[in-house]
Design a binder for this molecule. Sequence first.
Ligand SMILES: Cc1cc2nc3c(=O)[nH]c(=O)nc-3n(C[C@H](O)[C@H](O)[C@H](O)COP(=O)(O)OP(=O)(O)OC[C@H]3O[C@@H](n4cnc5c(N)ncnc54)[C@H](O)[C@@H]3O)c2cc1C
Length: 452
Amino acid sequence: MTGQTSENVVASTWTKPIPPVEKIPAQADVVIIGGGIVGVSTAWFLARQGVDVVLCEKGHIAGEQSGRNWGWVRVQGRDTREIPMMLESLRIWESLKDDTGEDVGFTRGGCFFTANSSKELQSFEDWADIARDYEIDTRLINAPELKQHVRGSAIDWAGAMVTMSDGRAEPHKAAPAIARAAERSGATVLPGCAVRGIETSGGSVSAVVTEHGTIRTSTVLCAAGAWTSMFCHSLGINIPQLRVRGTVARTAPCESVLDGNVFDDRLGIRRREDGGYTVAHGSVLEHPVTPASFKYFLKFLPALMQEFKVVRLSFGRDFIDEWNMPKVWDLDEPSPFEETRVLNPSPTPSVLKGIRKNLDTLFPQLANTPIVESWAGTIESSPDVVPIIDSVDGVRGFHVATGFSGHGFGLGPGAGKAIAGMLTGEDAGIDLSPLRLSRFFDGSPIRPQSAI
Ligand SMILES: Cc1cc2nc3c(=O)[nH]c(=O)nc-3n(C[C@H](O)[C@H](O)[C@H](O)COP(=O)(O)OP(=O)(O)OC[C@H]3O[C@@H](n4cnc5c(N)ncnc54)[C@H](O)[C@@H]3O)c2cc1C
């Protein structure tokens, strides 16, 4: 069965051996911390502009969020602050196969948000109006038209909001392919190379200290995903960030019931390149409460109120682990980033049961289709659930790109282009000012416009 070949095993991204690091460059124009989709895309754009760039990843390329996500590449439903970057990202995804020379599994199969009632369908009008402003092909469709795209469901939906130009890609393939393309363009990509900290001179970045030695540089991008807040805290930089956990599964190849991505409050489902489906619960995200939950409670209150039906709080080991985590460390000793090479949470059994039940309820014809793999991923979010992309006041040459929430996979290539522009001072045509870090500290209202 094709779905069982190692090429399709999602966890192979983070379970294969990490190649040993032979040698690291003594210096670079730019050092990127983090080999997720944001870090590798930035490295790829920089390398193609002739910038001498080194990317350090403590574990595997795409070993954390970027290899574990649902694989949706959509503009539909996004916060307006993400739309220009996402439209650019979709253009990059379209030619990514040709530009990297590798299969990333991208295809445009449409994105459908289903409505259980005509009232719910009407509620999509607001976003459809926004889409018109950006000339996006979003439409509201009725039940018969939806049935042509989502075949044989047992649910009588009232209709859906759909954007046919939205797509999907294979997370376990995309970031590793972009990283290889970056290397071919001249970037140095170092998996198994944790960054412990940075050195400064006169308030400016002077070097990056890794577990394998020091790289002299004046420009650093911290694209460390769920670790960004902690890394920056060790430098005295405050990045408000919390983590939630999502459980995901994939089915064996089976009958084709849809070609794109469908979101229902019971199930998020998308067609996979291998002929199976990536499936997740439509309305369960878990937030293990930690000291950071209290520290950032007020900033995250609007997001928590918006997501109160979806986010399940849990109390346990994560609180103690974070409490015991060192806040600062010596750069000549192993750091917390080497302790946890890969953030690898376990899928939650009760959520997996819910996924199976909801899949069978929505698509009874898939009831005998086995779930062949399951995993979990830690999503990191900013208070208004859109990214923070900025240079940091006080440490010249230090930049952050984080807080991509549950939407950073699709956004990754566009973000990479915009961030490369920020680092080189070239205009990438994407305004980053709405994503500035200071919005959380200058009294601006914190208003999430989209879901985590
Ligand atoms: C379950 C789930 C479903 C999702 N679904 C979607 C979706 O359908 N569509 C979508 O667009 N987005 C989705 N997302 C969100 C998306 O995956 C993320 O927003 C995106 O991958 C973030 O990319 P990143 O590069 O910022 O972070 P990451 O992929 O987390 O990469 C950061 C990397 O930094 C490394 N690192 C950290 N600290 C250090 C250090 N000190 N030294 C060296 N390396 C370090 C980490 O090991 C990690 O590999 C989902 C996420 C999850 C978990």
